[in-house]
Design a protein around this ligand. Structure first.
Ligand code: ADP
Ligand code: ZN
Length: 762
């Protein structure tokens, strides 16, 4: 293992190595793979002044001096004599990839999430940017010093002289083709001028993408007269913008209260100072509707999304870095947009789980946003109708300001919500999933030319395949989870690893040949609704039907135009849609997430039901909501039906405090896994024992639960165990885990991963 050889002495010097006279310019370099560094490398004379923090450099690593790409994180003077320090071989980037605030953010993420900073770099700087996607090397020509001597120029033959004069007149470097075209000369003429040293050439990386990109012009829309609640909210945000200090403001506004208008006018304020704003939205709400709302108001909007090509992303990144976008809208990773004049960050639907990244680095965009806003000394606005309890708690303890929009725009009432008790209105495979009251409501809505939204938070046809004779459930051999039946192609698929088989007709255990499909997915719902309402135009929105780019847009446009009468789908349809003609929302089963082994199960259920209910009653014709549930008395469902956030949060916060869960404590999860159950278990025990010893040694105020098998005890062929670390002091968790991380290596194929502030508990 060559990396044990140590790439040169970081800060500790052996006495015989210190040379008070030595002053060697160095850069600290980190790597995205082991060894992660940082290690010092000498800046050779020819690169003097060219190496700055946040650049990629090529350096020799280990005994074999393998060439490696690393990121510089600092430039400093070392007191090691230069001969002892290996040199940087070359720089890849001519300019830093990000400014110093972003670099500090990267280093904070590295410490907080316990991820090497080289790996954080890779998450922050998009691959398309790193690969220079959409660029090529171009040779550029400019007049040499000699060309400024008229006496010499005059002596040149006519064509050469004219060509050189064109280049001088151009006042900027030209490519060979441009000069050829301008001077109407041949390549030979230019070649000759270069040989005679009248023309200097150099190469530069230039963008080929987006050059001729003409920003489409949008119809400018004037802002509406604000409601008094909106005005008050804006005053608070303006004050924060003018203070020149960081502040986090929770904008708690019921669905349809006009939060987006408040965002837009806040941005107008910062834009009037020549500053930029980042608007983070869940990927799913990055709809054409959201985009055009912003594009109708701001002249330069950069939209980032996950389906962008490398060149496109690179182009936007450059444009943002040059200060050429007033508003940057995107999902969680847009928090890393390299805006040099950032004035405001907005995080819409701040309660959304999708702001948490579930791969390395496992960051939460909300927490990163808080940190970035504080580094930049600018306000952060967190908006939601159903704020996360973490955010709400902080606003009630005074850490955040809170402003409320308790009413809908134009004082429209929130829709009436009624629960339908599924214990007395049975729905099952045989009878179908729509209770009588819901069927009647759909009929009524169709008759009134209104539109209906039906939410079922499960995709697929049946959620499990079970043998009614022996009870055997068809499961994934790699994940130990029930396979979901999909009608399209008659498949049974594991929703975690995509393992797929032909749907069985006969039980593999007992041979019984009338295997039963239990549970209900969106596919089955669609079929049923089609049978009930054969003349209605309907569409289904879930991750199976929305695979093709543009499919979202199409369905939404059809729904907006009124062509689609019934829209059904998973949580995708619960978010952000603002269609006035939706007169009915039906929740097929509110309990799908309620009984998950997750302390946030109630919170997630409350949010989902409240959000989907908020999709109706947005127009003059009002709207109603029917919620089918087996637990109509559950506090989360009761509160959602009354649109009563306070009722929900009071109750839930009391419970969280009692059990010592967030927001009253910080949480970290450690997952251990391996292909052999017993070994994985032993490894988990050993890791947790180490954690416990470290806690005892430092008397840290940290509680440990586990190791235990998580709800998904086997995933992709690996057996899993997890443990939860809980503490009132986030710093104590960090200290224990960073110590354990430094001393714990994987054991063969048994690996562990650390998830700080976990959201996913599966
Ligand atoms: P929220 O994000 O709070 O759910 P929206 O921002 O979607 O609410 O606003 C709901 C609707 O009200 C939108 O159609 C929006 O254009 C409209 N709206 C917002 N503010 C005003 C206002 N002051 N006057 C009239 N209509 C408004
Ligand atoms: Zn699987």
């Amino acid at each position: 293992m060559d990396y044990q050889q140590g790439e040169l002495f970081s800060n500790e010097l052996a006495p015989w190595e210190i040379d008070a006279a030595a002053e060697t310019p160095c850069a600290s370099v980190v790597f995205p793979e082991a060894p992660f560094g940082p290690y010092d490398y000498r800046i050779p004379d020819e690169l003097g002044g060219l190496i700055k923090p946040a650049m990629r450099v090529v350096v020799p690593l280990g005994k074999g001096n393998r060439e490696m790409v690393g990121y510089t994180i600092a430039v400093h003077i070392s007191q090691h004599p230069r001969e002892l320090i290996k040199p940087i071989l070359r720089a890849i980037d001519p300019e830093p990839l990000c400014n110093s605030n972003l670099l500090q953010l990267i280093q904070w993420m590295s410490r907080y999430y316990l991820v090497p900073s080289g790996q954080v770099f890779e998450a922050v700087v998009p691959a398309g940017v790193r690969a220079g996607a959409g660029t090529r090397n171009q040779t550029l020509l400019k007049p040499s010093l000699k060309a400024s001597d008229d006496a010499q120029v005059k002596l040149l033959p006519v064509k050469q002289r004219q060509t050189l004069q064109q280049l001088i007149l151009a006042d900027e470097p030209l490519s060979q083709d441009q000069l050829k075209h301008l001077a109407q000369c041949s390549e030979g003429v230019i070649k000759k001028l270069r040989e005679l040293e009248f023309i200097d050439s150099y190469t530069e990386r230039v963008m080929t993408f987006g050059k001729d990109d003409i920003q489409p012009t949008y119809e400018r829309v004037l802002p509406p007269a604000l409601s008094s609640d909106q005005r008050l909210a804006l005053q608070t945000i303006y004050a924060a913008i003018d203070s020149g200090e960081h502040e986090t403001i929770l904008l708690h506004g019921v669905t349809g209260s006009g939060k987006t208008e408040v965002y837009m006018q806040s941005i107008e304020q910062v834009a009037s100072y020549g500053k930029q704003a980042i608007v983070l939205v869940p990927e799913i709400s990055l709809t054409p509707q959201t985009r055009s709302r912003f594009q109708n108001r701001f002249s330069s909007v950069a939209v980032l999304h996950s389906k962008m090509s490398g060149p496109e992303r690179h182009y936007q990144w450059k444009r943002i870095a040059e200060g050429g976008a007033q508003v940057i809208i995107g999902p969680r990773s847009a928090i890393f947009a390299p805006a040099p004049y950032l004035g405001l960050i907005i995080l819409d639907e701040e309660h959304e789980g999708s702001f948490k990244q579930e791969t390395i680095p496992r960051y939460h965009a909300r927490d990163v946003a808080i940190h970035r806003a504080s580094l930049e000394r600018i306000p952060l606005v967190l908006g939601s109708a159903t704020p996360s309890l973490e955010t709400f708690h902080r606003s009630s303890t005074g850490q955040y300001k809170i402003v409320s929009l308790p009413r809908r725009i134009l004082n429209r009432p929130l829709p009436e919500v009624t629960t339908i008790d599924l214990r007395s209105n049975r729905i099952d495979v045989d009878r179908g999933s729509l209770s009588r009251p819901l069927v009647q409501a759909i009929e009524r809505t169709l008759a009134e030319n209104g539109q209906t939204i039906l939410l079922l938070n499960r995709r697929g046809f049946a959620t499990s395949i079970q043998c009614p004779s022996c009870g055997d459930v068809v499961t994934c051999p790699d994940c130990d989870l029930a396979l979901t039946h999909h009608r399209e192609g008659s498949k049974a698929t594991c929703h975690y690893c995509d393992y797929t088989i032909a749907a069985p007709r006969v039980c593999s255990k007992c041979g019984f040949d009338a295997i039963r499909l239990a549970g209900l997915g969106t596919q089955k719902l669609e079929m049923e609704v089609q049978q009930r309402f054969p003349n209605a135009v309907m569409a289904r929105m879930d991750s199976d039907t929305m695979k093709k780019p543009g499919s979202h847009e199409r369905v939404q446009a059809d729904f907006r135009s009124g062509r689609i009468q019934i829209l059904m789908g998973t949580q995708m349809i619960a978010k952000g849609l603002d269609f006035p003609n939706v007169l009915l929302v039906g929740v097929i089963n509110a309990d799908t997430a309620l009984h998950f082994p997750d302390f946030r199960a109630s919170e997630k259920t409350f949010q989902l039901v409240t959000q989907v209910a908020g999709r109706t009653g947005r127009g003059e014709r009002g709207g109603e909501v029917l919620v089918q549930t087996y637990s109509p008395d559950h506090p989360a469902i009761l509160a959602a039906c009354k649109h009563d956030y306070k009722m929900f949060s009071d109750l839930e916060l009391t419970q969280r405090e009692q059990f010592g869960y967030p927001p009253y404590a910080s949480l970290a999860r450690i997952i251990m896994r391996g292909p052999v159950q017993q070994e994985a278990e032993e490894f988990a025990d050993a890791v947790v024992k180490k954690i416990q010893m470290e806690i005892a040694r430092t008397s840290a105020p940290v509680r440990v639960l586990g190791p235990a098998p998580p709800p998904i005890a086997k995933l992709r062929g690996h057996y899993r165990f997890h443990a939860m670390l809980i503490s009132k002091e986030a710093a104590a968790l960090n200290a224990i885990l960073s110590r354990v991380q430094a001393t714990t290596k994987p054991m063969g194929e048994n690996l562990y991963l650390i998830d700080i502030d976990p959201i996913d508990m599966l």
